[in-house]
Design a binder for this molecule. Structure first.
Ligand code: SAM
Length: 483
């Protein structure tokens, strides 16, 4: 039976409830009156505490996703843009993945790291290699990483992951620093989540891959990841272990997207109901070609328009949750979905183990790559591209370093202080990037953007302080200011 507050996977992600939701959505997909009401409910409202959004239930959001009336889709896109603007403005947070090890004991049929793949060389970074990778990433200008690893208790035990995190945080090279390490590793125990929390991680990310239990078991035929309940209940254990910020995701293409969408929102509702805080981020990867993996064998691939609609509907349903898009997507797809709700993107990414150090921006090792990267531009090119479109690339990591995680971050969103806090933080970290890493052309575009955007900090005192800090970054050699 469906129970949002249950701690059992099959009760909070309940198959019957998802099927009933899809039926309800199908029946109402042309019900204009209901669709208008749903859109109205989700609209940002000015309250005494700032701008607030009600969000939507999985049933309401599923009706929007099912609706195929072009005029209504346009209204959804307009609303998604409005919500994005209200909470995220034109800021886009930048990050890069760092692959630690591709040793894996699982058999995920879509992933080249699966145990039976003999084509791929197995590699695990030593601490010295991590140092080299991190220095290369710092030289590019990255401040936020997502570490990735296969699951292998012998080759990549939790102690190895913790040691890597420690190494990453300890490296200070020129003006560089990695200030936030997000972690994307397999589901683990409460005890191990406590250790990750104590190591100072940012978000714990774990993709569900698919919420459909039977498909899940078929796609993960053996290994620890085969256990659907253990995987699906991981975020509850992570939160029990003290991790406030968790990142959900579905690997689109594996199963029916409408089913996944409902499951994803039910998962978010469950976390909010049980822990008082929803997911910090949602990722929307699509299956890609890789060594030993042909994505066309999965017959649930979604086209770019459907993908954009999913993103807009997620934005409307969970307005306070950040949304991440990786370099799995190409430039034009990324351009389209940025305005519909995406708040974080990776840039200059390498998905191979040891893919950064010792390579020029044009060189790209493929042997241990996890998947084909569609957006192969350098970080500098991505930063300039974002700015040319009027976005502010942000290297900000202030919230979690100021203890604004979980519901404390959500509170900041709700009281509408974002423009006085995130906006100057984004501009100051962008200035650091421009001063330390950017090409002359990117620097020129960026400094003009900062001069214009700093005027949009509403509080006069805060604005003046931010201007002083910007000057100290540019001319005084100072770094790491934050509100
Ligand atoms: N090993 C951890 C786990 O199993 O959750 C996390 C790391 S894995 C490197 C990160 C994610 O990459 C997976 O959760 C999966 O969604 C995604 N992935 C795997 N194979 C992929 C492919 N062929 N195309 C796109 N994404 C893929």
């Amino acid at each position: 039976m469906y129970d949002m507050k249950s701690l059992k996977a099959e009760e909070f992600i309940n198959d019957e409830e998802i099927k009933a939701t899809l039926e309800y959505a199908e029946q109402n997909k042309h019900n204009r009156e209901l669709i208008e009401q749903i859109l109205e409910k989700a609209r940002p409202r000015k309250t005494g505490r700032g701008v607030e959004c009600a969000g939507l239930s999985h049933r309401e959001a599923s009706v929007l996703l099912a609706c195929d009336i072009p005029e209504m889709t346009e209204k959804m896109y307009d609303l998604a843009r409005e919500i994005k603007e209200a909470f995220y403005g034109n800021r886009i947070v930048m990050f890069a993945p760092l692959y630690l090890s591709n040793y894996c004991v699982n058999q995920c049929v879509y992933c080249p790291y699966h145990m039976q793949n003999k084509e791929i060389p197995r590699k695990k970074l030593t601490q010295e290699e991590i140092r080299q990778e991190v220095i290369a990433l710092q030289d590019m200008g990255h401040k936020r990483l997502a570490i990735e690893s296969g699951e292998d208790p012998v080759n990549n035990p939790i102690e190895y992951i913790l040691e890597c995190i420690n190494t990453i945080y300890s490296i200070k090279h020129k003006n560089g620093a990695i200030r936030r390490v997000n972690v994307n590793i397999a589901a683990t125990t409460v005890e191990n989540y406590k250790k990750l929390h104590d190591a100072g991680i940012g978000t714990y990310i774990l993709f569900q891959e698919t919420y459909h239990k039977e498909s899940y078991e078929r796609l993960h035929p053996a290994g620890p990841k085969h256990n659907y309940a253990y995987h699906t209940e991981a975020m509850d254990r992570a939160m029990e272990g003290g991790i406030d910020d968790v990142g959900l995701g579905v690997l689109f293409g594996l199963d029916m997207y409408k089913y996944e969408f409902a499951g994803l929102l039910m998962h978010a509702e469950h976390l909010e109901a049980v822990h008082g805080v929803g997911p910090h981020t949602i990722s929307v990867p699509r299956v890609k070609r890789a060594s030993d993996i042909d994505p066309t064998v999965f017959d649930n691939g979604i086209d770019d328009d459907t993908f954009a609609k999913i993103i807009a509907c997620i934005r409307i349903a969970v307005p306070y949750t950040g949304m991440i898009i990786s370099t799995r997507e190409n430039e034009s797809c990324r351009e389209k979905v940025l305005e519909l709700g995406v708040s974080q993107i990776s840039g200059g990414s390498r998905t191979s183990v040891g893919g950064y150090a010792g390579y020029t921006p044009e060189e790209r090792p493929h042997d241990t790559e996890q998947f084909d990267v569609s957006d192969q531009r350098s970080l500098d090119e991505v930063v300039k591209w974002l700015m040319d479109m009027g976005h502010i690339p942000s290297f900000c990591t202030a919230c979690y370093r100021e203890g604004r995680t979980g519901d404390r971050f959500m509170a900041l969103c709700k009281v509408g202080q974002i423009q006085n806090c995130c906006h100057p933080n984004a501009l100051m970290t962008l200035q650091e990037y421009l001063t330390d890493h950017a090409s002359p052309e990117t620097k020129k575009v960026g400094e003009a953007l900062i001069a214009k955007e700093i005027l949009n900090v509403p509080d006069e005192k805060r604005r003046q302080r931010a201007m002083d800090y910007l000057d100290e970054i540019k001319n005084g050699g100072k770094r790491d200011f934050r509100f």
